[in-house]
Design a protein around this ligand. Structure first.
Ligand SMILES: [Zn+2]
Length: 264
């Protein structure tokens, strides 16, 4: 039984890492406005990569982070995102395998992987891809809402929760964007916030935003202390929003239950 479980987790990790390398390709080709078709190549020497160069994480380690053709450094984004994909898959499987709940498992993994694309793009190039975000928002808000209805929640209530989540998050970020004259957050953050609201629904998105500010604030403070940034430097806020969303996904239900007990 134990062995079987380890085997399943290893498969999940391998699948997650492979999906992570797909996330890398999507992020980079969206940034370059190129198609998803075509073989991968080294961004420095343009050599087409062979299968042995494309094994997630392992190729990077074996080649010691360098292209085997030209010797230039491979961006650390590649192995990190592959690892993140593996971790995401393991977490999704651990959370839902025992109940055999494939739909929530898939929801959390694929939604998390989409958020990974936005994290990479915001981190590296301070850009958030509008079309991809809207598509992600539509697919996963429907997926989440339908799962809730299938689990027995009243459809009207679920619909309202997602509509209110979408509206509240959009207004919250739009307000900051206007008040700060675009200095605190970018327009991409409004879209990302809107998607969080639509996918998570109310009150989950409230928690996500709350944790996004704590995580983002702690991260900015750490960078400030390490003198990586100056006071007033703009730190991409997208990754913090993604982190807050993951907290709400993984622990939101527990936190809300705890809050309702603590407040009554
Ligand atoms: Zn190269």
């Amino acid at each position: 039984m134990m062995l079987e479980y380890i085997l399943i987790l290893s498969c999940a990790a391998a699948f997650g890492a492979i999906f992570g390398s797909f996330v890398n390709v999507v992020a980079i080709r969206t940034h370059e406005h190129s198609t998803l078709m075509g073989r991968s190549h080294c961004p420095h020497c343009r050599h087409t990569l062979k299968a042995r160069h494309l094994v997630p994480v392992l190729s990077y380690l074996i080649q010691r982070g360098k292209c085997s053709m030209c010797g230039k450094k491979i961006h650390v984004q590649y192995p990190l995102v592959e690892l993140a994909g593996a971790l995401l898959a393991i977490i999704s499987v651990v959370r839902y395998l025992s109940q055999g709940a494939w739909l929530p498992m898939g929801f959390e993994f694929f939604f998390g992987a989409s958020l990974l694309v936005f994290t990479v793009m915001d981190f590296r190039w301070s850009e958030l891809p509008l079309e991809l975000m809207v598509g992600t928002g539509i697919v996963f808000s429907l997926w989440n809402a339908l799962m809730k209805v299938a689990a027995g929640a009243p459809a009207l209530e679920v619909g309202w929760s997602h509509a209110v989540g979408f509206g509240a998050a959009t207004l919250f970020f739009l307000f900051q964007w206007i008040v700060s004259r675009k200095r605190w957050i970018g327009s991409g953050d409004i879209w990302l916030g809107a998607i969080m609201g639509a996918v998570l629904g109310w009150p989950s998105v409230g928690l996500a935003i709350y944790f996004a500010y704590i995580i983002g604030g702690a991260f900015a403070l750490a960078l400030l202390f390490m003198k990586k940034i100056q006071p007033g430097t703009r730190v991409p806020f997208g990754p913090a929003l993604v982190a807050g969303t993951l907290v709400a996904l993984w622990w939101g239900q527990d936190i809300l239950e705890w809050l309702s007990h603590a407040l009554t």
